[in-house]
Structure formats: structure tokens, C-alpha cells
Design a protein around this ligand. Structure first.
Ligand code: HEM
Length: 489
């Protein structure tokens, strides 16, 4: 609610700093989660810190989440917070380049394309990609010889192959084989470097590469759209859905808009998903007993017996994947401890009231799911990886709707929000679960893995998060030792 008439309310407490403009930038930058928890102990759930001259008001706790995720669009906007960074990468007419109600319709187009029929078709596509990639990794490896893999690189490759194949279609997927699309993808991705938030008009070389990549990628999508139209091609990917989409006013998204939305999906789902499968592997590496339970679960679900050898397990389907509930819990627990998006932001457009405070226009308000995820009351022994705590809970995997009952809104009071809540809630959640559950299920069937060991210290290496970009990925060194499972005849 607006606070213009109130006189008793004040701005939130300001976190101490010594250097003007720079403020708390460095401490936040090194470890935002640690910094926000430290400040929470001193200032409470609502406080403001200074980052490169910007006033960032952190809103913690279930009330903070609810406020942040359900704030009215006239009071605070995602566009104001993300536009500078995303519009040049994604392109015009979509996402944060359009008024939010239009983007809401665009999200609905994507959501509608991600139907049960589509998901059914995706599972064998993902399985095929995973098997193909893993066998290429091990092409020159004999028997049970152990190799060291760069986990995040391997998972990034799997993510991009599976996502592009399912969501964009075979034409784009094949573009990654020729290297054509790979180069464009990397130039676009480089456009997300945090420096770009602050120096929008600096003529950095990466800007030209980014803008050029956006143009070329757009043209590539447009040529595919033309071909599909000419041949009346029908597929179950999102591109197909967008080509048929119609706004409420009867107009249709232009071919540029369709292409730009595809770029947004490609980039929005890439690091979030690849960091998740990477952390899943790292967490499992220290817990062979959980891997044994996961294999037993696959065996039970797929063959009705607990001990079918891994290499004899049948193909996964959407139905069987849904029954892998322990795998579900492993993914949720991984997201709890390693939420890919550590800070979610909005720009305050009108003074807005939260609890006893008035947060002034021009501040950024921030939610921090990772801080909620470490709440000791909600998650006892919060630092401990314990998948079983999610058994029977559907929290965090709620439905998402626009016009009907807003279940997402209800869940905004939650302390488990890896996919956000409210109008900006993730639409890729179900896809991410299908994709990552399949990747990990097939990986553990074929391979056993363990943490690598530091040559100098002799200690196992469990990576720390790298917070320098918008998405917390495991920081290098992030290798795993992997070998084929022995096949007992
Ligand atoms: C929004 C997390 C995968 C597309 C969000 C938000 C979060 C999130 C926290 C809310 C952002 C905000 O409120 O500002 C994740 C995680 C993922 C994941 C943890 C994987 C484990 C994906 C995938 C796609 C995707 C695979 C695409 C297929 C989107 C879109 C939005 C969104 C379009 C809406 C942004 C908005 O309305 O402003 N995601 N995401 N995400 N995500 Fe995801």
C-alpha cells in the first residue's frame, strides 16, 4: 500500500559503510548470502545497503518474501531492475522491454506450449542427448578407468543440448553441432556480465559481439520460422507454440518477438539448470548411500523389483520420472542449499510501505531465497543436506496461473522459493525438474563418481559458490572423478 499519507513510518535502517558510493559493494560481492545474514542479525529482516551508489533494501523472512513477490506493479517493477541487462541480450518486444501485462501473456504462451504431451515427448529426447553426450565423454576411456571431468562444463553442455532440442527444436539443436549457434550463445551470454548493469553506454567490445549475436541469432530463428511455415511443420517444441500464439486483443507476436522470446528462454534456463545438476552431483558424491537408494528407487518404479542391475533398467518415461520421488527430494534439497538465483530485485517506482517502514522511490528491493532457505526454524540443521525433509511436501513446486486462483501468490509467504513467486514466478520449473532428474538418473545408472582430491592438501574438493555473476555456480576447481560402473554378467 502507498505510504504518502503516513508520517510515523521511516526508511529502513541503513547498513554501515565507510566509503561513499562504493558502500557495501565489496562485502556483498564476495558473498551476498553471508553478508545478508550478517546484516539480518544486526538490523532485522528489513534494511538498506549501498551498492555502487544504489540503495538496496533487503526484505527477509516470510513477510519480506510475500511483500517482495506480491508488490503491486505500480509500486515496484522488475523491468526497472533488469531492463538494462536483459533487453540488449534478449532483444526488443519481449520480457522486460514490454509492459508487464504483455510479458504475462508471453509467459502464458510458453506455459501452454509446455503441455503434458510435450513433456512426454521430451523425456526420450533428453535421454537420447544424455546418453549420446556421456558416451562421447567416455569414448576413449577403457573399462573402469577413472577420469576427471569439469563438472560445470559437462552439465552446461548437457543442459544446452537438451533444452535447445526440446524447447527450440531440432534445427537449433543441430546448429550447436556445427558450432554456429554455440558461438552466438556465448557472445549473448557474455552480455550478462554484471559490469554491463552499470556501464550501459560504454562501447565495450563485448557489446558489439552481443548485439551482433542477437541479430544473427534472431535471423537464424526467423529463417527456421519461415521454413516451418512454408512446410506446415508441426512439432511439440515451444517455438511451434509461439508461432500459433495470439494475444487477447487478437494480434500475434511478430517473428522478431518470437525469436527474442526463444533467446530469452535459452539464456534464462541455461545457468540456472546447469548449476543445479552440477550441485546435485557434488552433493551426491559425498553420499553413496543416497545414490544406492536412488538406484533402488529407479529399479522399483521401472521393474517392480529393488535390485535390477542398472544397465538392465528400461527407458525413462514422463510417468516413471514423476514417481521418482526421492530424486525429486534430492533436487529440491539441492535447490534449497544452492538456490541458483541469490538476489531477486525490483525497482521501487512509488514510495511503498513494508511493515513499519516506508521504502522510498528509487530504492531497489531485494528478496534472497537463499537466506530463507537457511532459516533454522523452518529447516532444522539447515546446513545439512537432507533430502528426506521434503518428503510429502509440495512446497516450492506449486502451480502457476494468471487468471484463475493465484496459487503462486499463496506460496509467496513460504520460506522455500527457489523459483520465486507471484507474477514473475518461474515458468521453467517443471521442465527443469524433468531435465535434471533425467540427467542425474541416467548418470548414476552408468557411472559411479566421487569428489576429486587436492594434490597439495590431500583433501576432497567440494566447490564453493561463485557469486560474481547473477547466478551462483560452483567455483572452479569443480572436478569430479568418474568411472563406469562394473557390469556384472
Ligand atoms: C523466473 C529460478 C529454470 C524461465 C524465475 C525466477 C526464479 C527462477 C527465482 C523469478 C525471478 C524474479 O522474480 O525476478 C529458476 C531456477 C531454475 C529455472 C532455479 C532451474 C533450476 C528456468 C528454465 C526456464 C526459465 C529452464 C525456461 C525454460 C523463466 C522465466 C521467468 C523465470 C521466463 C519469468 C521472469 C519474470 O516473470 O520476470 N526463474 N529458473 N527458468 N524463469 Fe526460471
Amino acid at each position: 500500500s502507498s505510504a504518502s499519507a503516513t508520517t510515523d513510518a521511516t526508511a529502513p535502517p541503513m547498513v554501515k559503510y565507510s566509503i561513499p558510493f562504493l558502500g557495501n559493494t565489496i562485502e556483498y560481492g564476495i558473498d551476498p548470502v553471508k553478508f545478508m545474514i550478517k546484516c539480518q542479525k544486526i538490523y532485522g529482516d528489513t534494511y538498506t545497503f549501498l551498492m555502487l551508489g544504489r540503495k538496496m533494501t533487503v526484505c527477509l523472512g516470510a513477510d519480506g518474501n510475500n511483500f517482495m513477490f506480491n508488490v503491486k506493479i505500480k509500486d515496484a517493477s522488475a523491468e526497472g531492475a533488469y531492463e538494462t541487462l536483459t533487453v540488449p541480450v534478449f532483444g526488443s518486444e519481449v520480457v522486460y522491454d514490454v509492459p508487464n501485462p504483455i510479458f504475462m501473456e508471453q509467459k502464458k504462451f510458453v506455459k501452454d506450449s509446455l503441455s503434458t504431451a510435450a513433456f512426454k515427448a521430451y523425456v526420450p529426447i533428453i535421454s537420447g542427448e544424455v546418453k549420446g553426450y556421456l558416451s562421447s565423454l567416455f569414448a576413449n576411456v577403457k573399462g573402469e578407468q577413472e577420469i576427471e571431468i569439469e563438472t560445470f562444463e559437462a552439465m552446461s553442455e548437457l543442459t544446452i543440448r537438451t533444452a535447445s532440442h526440446c524447447l527450440m527444436g531440432k534445427e537449433i539443436r543441430d546448429g550447436f553441432n556445427t558450432g554456429k549457434v554455440t558461438k552466438l550463445y556465448h557472445d549473448l551470454d557474455a552480455g550478462f556480465a554484471p559490469i554491463n548493469v552499470f556501464f550501459r553506454w560504454l562501447p565495450l567490445p563485448s557489446y558489439f559481439a552481443r548485439d551482433n549475436a542477437n541479430r544473427e541469432m534472431t535471423n537464424f530463428f526467423k529463417s527456421i520460422i519461415k521454413k516451418r511455415r512454408a512446410n506446415n511443420t508441426e512439432t511439440l517444441d515451444v517455438l511451434n507454440g509461439l508461432m500459433k500464439a495470439e494475444y487477447k486483443d487478437g494480434s500475434r507476436p511478430s517473428d522478431d518477438a518470437i525469436s527474442h522470446l526463444m533467446i530469452a528462454l535459452l539464456l534464462g534456463g541455461q545457468h540456472t539448470s546447469s548449476t543445479t545438476s552440477s550441485w546435485m552431483l557434488f552433493e551426491l558424491a559425498r553420499r553413496p548411500e543416497v545414490i544406492a537408494d536412488l538406484l533402488k528407487e529407479q529399479s522399483m518404479v521401472l521393474t517392480g523389483k529393488p535390485d535390477t542391475p542398472a544397465h538392465l533398467l528400461p527407458e525413462l518415461t514422463l510417468e516413471s520420472l514423476k514417481q521418482l520421488t526421492l530424486m525429486d527430494c534430492v533436487m529440491k534439497e539441492t535447490l534449497r542449499l544452492h538456490a541458483p538465483i541469490h538476489t531477486i530485485m525490483r525497482l521501487v517506482e512509488n514510495d511503498v510501505r513494508h511493515k513499519d517502514f516506508v521504502i522510498p522511490k528509487g530504492h531497489f528491493i531485494c528478496a534472497a531465497p537463499q537466506v530463507s532457505h537457511l532459516n533454522e526454524t523452518r529447516f532444522p540443521k539447515a546446513e545439512r543436506f537432507d533430502p528426506v525433509r521434503h518428503v510429502g511436501s509440495d512446497e516450492g513446486s506449486g502451480e502457476w496461473t494468471i487468471n484463475g486462483v493465484d496459487i503462486a501468490q499463496k506460496s509467496a509467504k513460504s520460506l522455500f522459493l527457489p523459483f520465486g513467486a507471484g507474477r514473475h514466478r518461474c515458468i521453467g520449473e517443471q521442465f527443469a525438474f524433468i531435465q535434471n532428474k533425467t540427467i542425474i538418473a541416467l548418470f548414476i545408472r552408468e557411472f559411479s563418481h566421487r569428489l576429486s582430491v587436492d594434490a597439495k592438501t590431500g583433501k576432497e574438493v567440494f566447490p564453493v559458490p561463485d557469486y560474481t555473476s547473477l547466478i551462483a555456480v560452483p567455483k572452479a576447481p569443480r572436478n569430479l572423478m568418474v568411472k563406469r560402473r562394473s557390469v556384472v554378467a
